[in-house]
Design a protein around this ligand. Structure first.
Ligand code: DUC
Ligand code: ZN
Ligand code: ZN
Length: 496
C-alpha cells in the first residue's frame, strides 16, 4: 500500500519563513510529510526546477454580488474560482453583502446558494454590513461571528452602503467584544459627492475624472478617521485597498503610536496609474476606488510591501464586462464617470504580477511574497494553519510555479468571464503550472481540471490578529491606556 496519494518531488518549497529542497507527501487532501526521499506515491509530480508554494489566499474579491439598477457582475463562483485556480489561488474570500433592510443572515444564506455546486477552490465569506440595526448589532452579527463569519467590511463611502462614524463605532465595538476583524473602505463620502457635483457642473464627465473626484486627501482623511475610531474602541482594523503615499503615511503614524492597524493593497496600485483612465471611454476599464495614482505612489506602495507596512495583497476583483449594458456601459451607453460601476478584474493575474515584478526584481523576497499573498491573509481571517502554508496537517493547497515561464498577459488567455484585463500586453515571468486544492489538480499544464462544486465552504476561526493589544498602562504612550474602565467594560473583548 502507498503511504501517499501524491508526492511532489524535487521541487524548491517556500513558505513565509523558509525555502528548502523537499518532497511533499499528500494523503486524504492533506500534507502528511515533508522530507527527502519519501516513499512513492500513487501519483508522482516531478517539480524539478519548479517552485512549490502554498496556494494563494485572495481575501478580497467580489463574485456574483447583486448590484441593482441593471448592473451585473460577470463572474459567478464558477468562473471566478476557475480564474483564481489558473493563477495559483486556492482559497477566495468574497463578500456576502447586506442590502439595507435585509437581515444579515438572509444575505449570508443567499451567498451560500450562489456558491453551492459551483466553486473550484475553497471559499469563506466576509460580510458587508450596510444596515447596523439593533438586531444586527446585538443578535445577528454576534451569532454569525460564532458560526464562522468572523470578518466584515464597513464602507465610509458609496451612498447606498456608507455608515456614519457612530455606526462604525458600534460595529467596531461588536468586533472587539466578539473577536471579529473589521475591514474598512476609507474614503470621505461627502468630499467625493461634492467634487463629483462640481466636476459635473463643469462638464467634466469622462472616465478620467473619476480619479479627480477621489484625490488622495479624500483617502487620507478617511484613513486617519478610521484609525482614530479603531483607537477609541481599542480594536485592530484592516484598511483595505490602500492606494498610495498619503494613506500609507497615516498608517505609519498609527504604527508609530503603537496602534494595531493592518493594511491591504492590490495590484492596481502597483501597476496602473490615473493615466490609464485617460483613454476616452476605454478608461472605464480602469475605474476602481480608490483610483490608481501615479508612478511615484507605486514606488511608495512597493516600499510598504518590502518594509512590512502591508499585511496582505488582494485582488479586489470586481468583474464588470466593458462592452456590456450590465457592465461598464450601463444601458449600453457611455455614461458620466459617476455611473460607471467601480472595479477591475484581477483574480488570475494577482500572483503572477506580484511574483514577476516583486520577487524577480528583488523588491520583495520569495518568503515575503508567500506571506503577503497566502499566509498572512489566512492568519488575518482565521484560516491558518489549515490554509496559507505548507506544513504537516495543512490542507494540500499547493501552487507549483515555473519561475522562468514568460507570459504576455492577454485577456484571451485568462479564465474569468470579463471581456478585458487592465494588464493586456504586460509581460511577466513566472506562472503556476499546476494548482492543487486539497491534493486534487484543478489547473494543470494549461488545462482547467477542477470540477464545479469541488470547492468547499470554510467557516473561519476568530483571528488571533483581531485581538486588541495588551496594554500596560504603566508603560504609557498608548492612548487607549487612558480609556476609562467603565468604557472598557462595555467593549470588553471576550478573550481578555
Ligand atoms: N472598489 C470597491 O470598494 N469595491 C469594489 C471595486 C472597487 O473599485
Ligand atoms: Zn472597497
Ligand atoms: Zn472591494
Amino acid at each position: 500500500m502507498n503511504d501517499f496519494d501524491t508526492v511532489i518531488r524535487h521541487g524548491t518549497v517556500a513558505t513565509a519563513c523558509d525555502t528548502m529542497q523537499a518532497d511533499i507527501g499528500i494523503r486524504d487532501g492533506r500534507v502528511v510529510a515533508i522530507g527527502l526521499g519519501l516513499a512513492r506515491g500513487r501519483e508522482e509530480i516531478d517539480a524539478t526546477g519548479l517552485l512549490v508554494l502554498p496556494g494563494g489566499v485572495d481575501a478580497h474579491c467580489h463574485l456574483d454580488q447583486p448590484m441593482g439598477e441593471g448592473l451585473r457582475m460577470a463572474d459567478d463562483f464558477l468562473t471566478g474560482t476557475r480564474s483564481a485556480a489558473c493563477g495559483g489561488t486556492t482559497t477566495v474570500i468574497p463578500f456576502a453583502a447586506q442590502e439595507k433592510g435585509q437581515s444579515l443572515r438572509a444575505a449570508v444564506e443567499d451567498y451560500h446558494r450562489r456558491a453551492e455546486g459551483k466553486a473550484l477552490v475553497d471559499y469563506a465569506f466576509h460580510m458587508i454590513v450596510t444596515d447596523p440595526t439593533r438586531t444586527v448589532l446585538h443578535e445577528e452579527l454576534p451569532a454569525l461571528i460564532e458560526a464562522g463569519y468572523t470578518s466584515f467590511k464597513i464602507y465610509m463611502t458609496y451612498e447606498d452602503m456608507r455608515l456614519d462614524d457612530r455606526q462604525i463605532l458600534q460595529l467596531l465595538a461588536v468586533a472587539r467584544r466578539h473577536g471579529a476583524l473589521a475591514m474598512i473602505h476609507a474614503e470621505n463620502a461627502d468630499c467625493i459627492a461634492w467634487l463629483t457635483e462640481t466636476l459635473e457642473e463643469a462638464g467634466h464627465t469622462a472616465p478620467k475624472f473619476h480619479a479627480t473626484s477621489r484625490p488622495m486627501a479624500v483617502e487620507r482623511e478617511a484613513t486617519h478617521r478610521a484609525i482614530a475610531l479603531s483607537e477609541v474602541v481599542d480594536v485592530p482594523i484592516l484598511i483595505v485597498h490602500v492606494s498610495g503615499r498619503e494613506a500609507i503615511d497615516q498608517i505609519r503614524w498609527a504604527h508609530a503610536h503603537g496602534l494595531r492597524i493592518y493594511a491591504e493593497t492590490c495590484p492596481q496600485y502597483l501597476f496602473l496609474t490615473a493615466n490609464d483612465l485617460d483613454d476616452g471611454y476605454e478608461g472605464a476599464k480602469c475605474v476602481c476606488s480608490p483610483p490608481p495614482r501615479d508612478k511615484a505612489n507605486q514606488r511608495v506602495v512597493w516600499d510598504g510591501l518590502a518594509d512590512g507596512l502591508f499585511t496582505i495583497v488582494s485582488s479586489d476583483h470586481a468583474p464588470f464586462r466593458f462592452d456590456d449594458p450590465q457592465g461598464k456601459k450601463p444601458g449600453g451607453q457611455e455614461v458620466p464617470f459617476q455611473y460607471i460601476p467601480n472595479g477591475i478584474p484581477g483574480l488570475e493575474t494577482r500572483l503572477p504580477l506580484l511574483f514577476s515584478e516583486g520577487v524577480l526584481t528583488g523588491r520583495i523576497t520569495l518568503n515575503q511574497f508567500v506571506a503577503l499573498t497566502a499566509t498572512n491573509p489566512a492568519r488575518l481571517y482565521g484560516l491558518h494553519p489549515r490554509k496559507g502554508t505548507i506544513a504537516v496537517g495543512a490542507d494540500a493547497d499547493i501552487a507549483i510555479w515555473d519561475p522562468h515561464r514568460e507570459v504576455t498577459i492577454e485577456n484571451r488567455l485568462l479564465h474569468h468571464a470579463v471581456d478585458y484585463t487592465p494588464y493586456e500586453g504586460m509581460r511577466v515571468t513566472g506562472w503556476p503550472v499546476t494548482t492543487l486544492v486539497r491534493g486534487q489538480r484543478v489547473w494543470d499544464a494549461g488545462q482547467v481540471c477542477g470540477q464545479p462544486g469541488q470547492g468547499r465552504f470554510l467557516p473561519c476561526g476568530k483571528p488571533e490578529m483581531a485581538r486588541p493589544k495588551v496594554v500596560d498602562p504603566a508603560a504609557g504612550g498608548h492612548y487607549v491606556a487612558n480609556l476609562p474602565d467603565a468604557l472598557r467594560q462595555l467593549t470588553r473583548a471576550r478573550h481578555e
